[in-house]
Design a protein around this ligand. Structure first.
Ligand SMILES: [Zn+2]
Length: 369
């Protein structure tokens, strides 16, 4: 069943792919002897999924997973590193992206060594090095799509200075700003006041301050105002930043994330996050329709990231870029970042991913480096 990423329309058909290109779509197709048949009966096929927030590399593999054996197996055919490394160690991310069989982009962290090295991030003011950022951006202009910061008192010498400097850098280079807020003593009003059109607020359904909900559980005015200005709100699940409670309360007030991403890395692949299909299953559990979920990991994500090299639609003549998945019935459980567990009777799982002439099957284990 082919599901359209934009309209949600469904059509039952076979797809014939030759040399990585879609040759024919229709029922009862036949193929030459020796053609590999992937039986997708009972499955959906959509455009390949886009992962808007993950970490392909942590400076030489300190705590990394194996992106090539992880993402395509999870249905992903386009991956974005959410600013793991900074200008002085960016080649680790670049080399990892360049080695992938699927396309990838990255945000660049404003700290010289990004979010990992020596644990310092922006704890010393000179680690925010605009000249180094400009130079790295010049070198990797086709790959870097935005400016990343973490607004967390544990990794910043001064939060307001970080906000101000990264805003200046984003404006100067005409790049969006992606903000990861955690345990922040500053108000959400203040953080969002630095954000505008096409910037990305990560970890939207986090229960950790600054929560999008106020003490009474109401979505804060500044969140609605930011959305009106064109700020994107991304799920970016992560180890600590997704709770069923915040999600359910926000969705009950019609505040729904624009995009769905996992923030998957080696520290949460066996924990709360696990995979993209697992994250999508959480949204299904919370009442989001399958069609909307697919739209939020394809069309919406492409718009948020401004990707020019990914087009939608499963059409004859196009390079195969497909994810086949199933909605399984049974008795399963899901866990959020605060270890709340829920029982579900439907979950999303991948069946096959096809990108060009590569076929990837679902992974049955975790591939760490
Ligand atoms: Zn992240």
């Amino acid at each position: 069943m082919i599901i359209d990423s934009v309209s949600g329309e469904k059509t039952s058909a076979d797809i014939l792919i030759q040399d990585g290109i879609i040759k024919e779509i229709g029922s009862g197709l036949t193929a030459e002897a020796g053609t590999e048949i992937v039986n997708l009966e009972g499955s959906y096929v959509s455009d390949g999924w886009v992962e808007a927030h993950t970490h392909v590399e942590w400076e030489g593999g300190q705590v990394g997973l194996d992106p090539e054996r992880t993402y395509p197996a999870d249905g992903i055919t386009y991956v974005v590193d959410a600013g793991t490394d900074g200008p002085l160690n960016y080649e680790f991310v670049h080399n990892k992206l360049a080695a992938l069989s699927i396309p990838g982009k990255s945000y660049l962290h404003v700290a010289r060594y990004g979010s990992v090295r020596r644990g310092k991030e922006l704890l010393e003011p000179e680690l925010l090095d605009k000249e180094a950022f400009r130079a790295a951006y010049r070198d990797f202009r086709d790959e870097i799509i935005g400016v990343k910061i973490r607004i967390d008192p544990r990794v910043n010498a001064d939060i307001v200075s970080t906000l101000r400097a990264s805003r200046e850098l984003a404006d100067e280079l005409e790049l969006p700003l992606i903000i990861h807020p955690t345990q922040c003593p500053e108000s959400l009003d203040l953080i969002l006041s630095y954000m505008g059109k096409n910037d990305v607020y990560a970890h939207t359904y986090s229960g950790i301050a600054p929560c999008i909900l106020d003490e009474k559980g109401i979505v804060r005015d500044c969140v609605w105002e930011a959305r009106k200005r064109g700020v994107w709100f991304d799920l970016s699940h992560g180890s600590n930043n997704f709770t069923f409670e915040v999600d359910a309360k926000a969705m009950a007030q019609d505040f729904v994330v624009d995009t769905i991403s996992t923030d998957l890395h080696s520290a949460n692949i066996l924990g709360a996050v696990k995979s993209m299909p697992e994250t999508m299953s959480k949204m299904l559990y919370l009442g989001m329709s399958l069609e909307i979920i697919i739209n939020k990991i394809t069309e919406q994500t492409i718009r948020m990231l401004g990707l020019k090299d990914k087009t939608l639609g499963i059409k004859v003549g196009k390079k195969a870029d497909l994810t086949a998945f199933r909605v399984e019935s049974g008795c399963f459980s899901l866990i959020d970042s605060v270890k709340v567990s829920v029982s579900i009777d439907k979950r999303i799982s991948t069946v096959a991913t096809i990108f060009g002439d590569n076929l990837y099957l679902p992974r049955k284990t975790v591939f760490l480096k």
